[in-house]
Design a protein around this ligand. Structure first.
Ligand SMILES: Nc1ncnc2c1ncn2[C@@H]1O[C@H](COP(=O)(O)OP(=O)(O)OP(=O)(O)O)[C@@H](O)[C@H]1O
Ligand SMILES: [Mg+2]
Length: 487
């Protein structure tokens, strides 16, 4: 299906999120969309899928002017979107999630749907079991589920808003191959991403946005520097690799064993030094999350002990860890980290340790304004958290971290951040390392893991590697281990 945007304008209060957008996406293409955080990418996609109505302008599908008044409407017209933060999954099984999407008409046959899900899962090499509960799926698996569901609903346009975080390199390859196949069959794919190399690898054309406007369209061969320049109006460089690790171990894990209903990790021994950054690599669901949650007290080990600064913390609860200076930034920012419906100011009030600090609303707003400035959040103290763009939500999450911390645990810390912001956030984190804060983080981006870690642990099917020195390993080597080779 061919899509044409004509003079699309969308305002949110004073923010001109889409400023006179004109461009056409031919059918059978994979259209890349690039742009800094808050550039208006998601807004345009939400206008196309009926979540928002444009204030002015028109959309044409196969040269016919259309009015798309709701997401259901969009799906009926063949347009499906995979959202940046897959939310709102009620406590139900995968199969019921599929059945829910079919409205009216013939009552779908449960057995048939089950078969369809299994077939689609196999085609993409996703491991989605129709009978598992959606709430037990990881962020990555939920994204997979959404892709399958939209394809199953028969969409002709598939919009993916930053889809590749949380899925393994292997699954990403399969996903890309499938997107290419779908495009060759005439499906239109719109791929919104901050990962330039993915866009370059996958997309047959790219539109670049900045501050609500379409800066330009680019066809292959691509030039990465040109993209960066178009996105930011300047070039951006990665800082040199820095380390602030001391030889003083702060955290000691002795013979830790962890278990949940599908994984067992055995006998993990590790010392984390002051100021050290440990990167956790592995396919989603290989135990990294268990490991992080154990370090926060959210998950009790079934064996072994955890020592923080020489004190035994084994079996202690999350609040005790928090008091000791441990902070946890989960991947599902709108489910576990931030609270939809609450303003930025309200978040800062809640996150402050000493609530009496805020004798009045004004000091809360002042602090919020400071943090907005410090973290360059595009928003106001009164902005509700879900009104911020994805990257700005991530900045807010980081801005909520208390000043003094001993250990920061992060899942996909730069997920959804544009390149410049990702570099900036890490510089902020590394500053904390100077004060002896240690960091343990997961990322599906191996370049990020190698660039910012001192040592790396690889997780694979219940195994945890010995710590690997980040200076002497390569993306290829890690990729092999993640895929189960070389153990
Ligand atoms: N519902 C809303 N209410 C108020 N402002 C909004 C709303 N949705 C988006 N905005 C604002 O519109 C601008 C564009 O946001 P959008 O989400 O489209 O950016 P984006 O390009 O997708 O950014 P990111 O890469 O961070 O996801 C931002 O300044 C954002 O704060
Ligand atoms: Mg967005």
């Amino acid at each position: 299906m061919k899509i044409s945007f004509q003079h699309i304008n969308k305002w949110f209060g004073k923010v001109h999120a889409n400023n006179d957008i004109n461009f056409t996406i031919p059918s059978g293409t994979i259209q890349g969309i690039l742009g800094e955080n808050g550039a208006g990418k998601s807004t345009l996609m939400k206008v196309l899928t009926g979540f928002y109505q444009a204030d002015s302008g028109e959309i044409f599908l196969d040269d016919k002017a259309v009015t798309i008044s709701s997401p259901e409407d969009a799906v009926m017209m063949g347009i499906g979107m995979l959202h940046q933060d897959p939310l709102d999954f009620p406590p139900m099984k995968v199969i019921d999630n599929f059945l829910l999407g079919t409205r009216g008409g013939l009552f779908p046959n449960r057995k048939q749907v089950e078969k369809d899900i299994t077939r689609l899962s196999q085609e993409f090499d996703f491991q989605i079991n129709p009978d598992s509960f959606v709430e037990t799926l990881t962020v990555g698996e939920r994204q997979q589920l959404e892709i399958l569901r939209l394809l199953w609903l028969g969409v002709k346009v598939l919009i993916l808003d930053e889809p590749t975080t949380g899925i393994s390199a292997n699954q990403k390859e399969k996903l890309f191959a499938t997107l290419l196949k779908l495009a060759s069959q005439g499906l239109t794919v719109i791929f919104v991403s901050h990962k330039l190399e993915e866009v370059e690898q996958l997309c047959s054309r790219v539109a670049v946005f900045r501050q609500g406007q379409l800066v330009g369209e680019v066809m292959p061969p691509y030039d990465t520097d040109q993209f960066v320049y178009m996105m930011f109006g300047k070039s951006v460089e990665v800082a040199d690799k820095s380390t602030f690790r001391s030889e003083v171990p702060y955290i000691k894990l002795e013979n830790i064993s962890l278990e949940d209903y599908r994984l067992r990790l055995r006998d993990i021994n590790l010392e984390i030094n002051c100021g050290e950054v440990i990167g956790l690599a592995g396919m989603e669901g290989s135990g990294q999350r268990l490991f992080l949650r154990m370090l926060t007290g959210l998950m009790r080990p079934v064996g072994g002990s955890i020592l923080y600064g020489g004190h035994n913390f084994t079996g202690r609860t999350y609040p005790v860890f928090q008091k000791a200076g441990v902070a946890y930034l989960p991947a599902a920012r709108l489910e576990e980290g931030l609270i939809p419906g609450m303003t930025l100011t309200e978040h800062f009030i809640l996150s402050e340790e000493h609530h009496e600090l805020f004798v009045n609303q004004k000091s809360a707003i002042d602090l919020t304004e400071d943090r907005i400035r410090e973290f360059y959040i595009k928003g106001t103290p009164a902005s509700q958290i879900e009104q911020l763009s994805g990257g700005n939500q991530q900045r807010a999450l980081l801005a909520l971290l208390r000043n003094k911390l001993r250990l920061i645990l992060m899942e996909h810390p730069t997920r959804g951040l544009d390149i410049e912001s990702a570099i900036w956030i890490w510089s902020k984190m590394k500053e904390r390392c100077k004060d002896c804060t240690s960091i343990v983080f997961t990322s599906s981006d191996l370049d990020e893991i190698i660039q910012y870690s001192d040592r790396i642990l690889v997780f694979f099917g219940g195994l945890v590697s010995k710590p690997i020195d980040a200076d002497t390993t390569t993306v290829d080597e890690l990729g092999q281990l993640i895929g189960g080779k070389g153990w």
